[in-house]
Design a protein. Structure first.
Length: 172
């Protein structure tokens, strides 16, 4: 599991870049023949683009780098379970394997909310292998910490807008 762990660490570095730009810290890399060929991190806030998820960014770069849209000899490493949109792009690109960190109980399409990947007998034109829960604690902590900071800053902004009074305070 050494190589997989190394690639997941690279995806975590991409997640850090997303957070530095004010985006949800999700990072992805695409590997072909043991080499990283593309990197991506969430850029929705930065680009004002709802489709700028880490996986989509990485897939676009991989396609450009390889000058083809079929990535059937590639693997995707991502810090968060792909959503339905990203899973659709993964299937369309025919990516061979998905390795992900944290499960996403709200939008995960690899078992948490939807289980498209288990439709092996379906009419899907491609089936990808999925391994989840890799470096799960580290990936999940990065997300939890991000949203805790976001809630804290939101609360501070509300307090500041009230003239510095906390929600439970009364004037004397």
């Amino acid at each position: 599991m050494g190589e997989i762990s190394r690639f997941m660490q690279q995806a975590l570095l991409e997640a850090d870049l997303a957070e530095q730009n004010g985006d949800v810290p999700v990072g992805a890399i695409i590997v072909k023949s043991g080499q990283i060929i593309a990197r991506g991190h969430n850029k929705r806030e930065f680009a004002n683009d709802v489709t700028a998820h880490a996986e989509i960014v990485a897939i676009r770069k991989a396609c450009k780098n390889l000058q083809r849209w079929i990535l059937d000899d590639c693997e995707l490493y991502v810090t968060l379970e792909p959503c339905l949109m990203c899973f659709g792009a993964i299937i369309q690109a025919r990516i061979a394997n998905i390795y992900f960190g944290a499960y996403d109980p709200k939008t995960g399409a690899c078992g948490s909310v939807a289980e498209i990947a288990t439709l092996k007998d379906s009419a899907l034109n491609h089936h990808t292998n999925i391994v989840g829960g890799l470096l799960e604690e580290e990936c999940a902590k990065k997300l939890t910490d991000f949203f805790q900071k976001k809630r804290y800053h939101s609360k501070l902004n509300k307090i500041n807008k009230q003239g510095g009074k906390d929600f439970g305070q009364t004037e004397k």
